[in-house]
Design a protein around this ligand. Structure first.
Ligand SMILES: Cc1cc2nc3c(=O)[nH]c(=O)nc-3n(C[C@H](O)[C@H](O)[C@H](O)COP(=O)(O)O)c2cc1C
Length: 189
C-alpha cells in the first residue's frame, strides 16, 4: 500500500482546492488507497513570522512531517495572479532541504476560474520540484472554469478533463511502485 498525501494548496477558507482534494481522496478510496489531505489552511503561519528558516520549529516539523514521510504527493493547486499561492511556497520553503523532496513522486492538479485551469501555476511548480529532484508524474490535470465545471459528487463536468483525472489517479500509484522497485534494485536493498 502506498502512503499518499493530498495537499490542498491554499489557505483560503472554503476553497475549491479543498473541494477537489476531497473528491480526489474519494477516487483513491475507490482504488483501494487511503489518503490523507494536508490542508494548508492549518499551516502554523504564526510560527514562521519574521523568517525562521533553519531554526528548530516543532509545530512546523509536525505539520510538514506527513508530506516528508509520504511515498508520494498529490498537489491540488489554484492559480493566484498567474502563479501558485504564497502559502504553498511557504510550505515548500519549510520542508527539510534537500532530502524531503529528493526523488519524491508528485502528481499535479491545477484548478482555476480561467480557461487554462492553473496551467501557469502548475508549470511553475514543476520548475520548483524539478530543482528539488522530485519525480513529477507526467500526466497533469487542469480543471478550467472551476466554478461551473466541478461538482462535489460527480467531479469535473468536462468529460475529457474528468478522464484525464481518472487516468492520473489510476496511473500514479503504479508510477510510485515502479520507482520504488527501481530504487531498491539500484541500492540492492
Ligand atoms: C488572490 C487570487 C488570485 C487569482 N488569480 C487568478 C489567476 O491569475 N488566474 C485565474 O484563472 N484565476 C485566478 N483566481 C481565481 C482562482 O483561480 C479560482 O477562483 C480558484 O478556484 C480559487 O482557488 P481556491 O478556491 O482553491 O482558493 C484568483 C483568485 C484569487 C483568490
Amino acid at each position: 500500500m502506498v502512503d499518499l498525501k493530498i495537499i490542498s494548496g491554499t489557505d483560503r477558507p472554503n476553497s475549491n482546492a479543498m473541494r477537489v482534494s476531497t473528491y480526489v481522496k474519494g477516487l483513491y478510496q475507490k482504488e483501494g488507497i487511503d489518503t490523507d489531505i494536508i490542508d494548508l489552511q492549518d499551516f502554523p503561519l504564526s510560527e514562521v513570522a519574521g523568517g525562521r528558516y533553519g531554526e528548530e520549529l516543532p509545530a512546523v516539523d509536525t505539520f510538514v512531517d506527513a508530506a516528508v514521510t509520504a511515498d508520494g504527493l498529490v498537489i491540488v493547486c489554484p492559480e493566484y495572479n498567474g502563479g501558485y499561492p504564497g502559502i504553498l511556497k511557504m510550505f515548500i520553503d519549510y520542508l527539510p532541504f534537500p532530502n524531503s523532496l529528493d526523488k519524491k513522486p508528485i502528481a499535479l492538479i491545477g484548478e482555476a476560474n480561467g480557461a487554462f485551469g492553473a496551467m501557469r501555476a502548475v508549470e511553475q511548480l514543476q520548475q520548483v520540484f524539478g530543482y528539488r529532484n522530485a519525480h513529477i508524474y507526467p500526466e497533469r490535470v487542469f480543471i478550467s472554469r472551476i466554478n461551473e465545471n466541478f461538482d462535489d459528487e460527480k467531479g469535473i463536468k468536462n468529460e475529457f478533463q474528468q478522464q484525464l483525472l481518472i487516468s492520473q489517479i489510476e496511473g500514479f500509484p503504479p508510477f510510485i511502485r515502479n520507482l520504488q522497485k527501481n530504487e531498491s534494485l539500484v541500492s540492492g536493498s
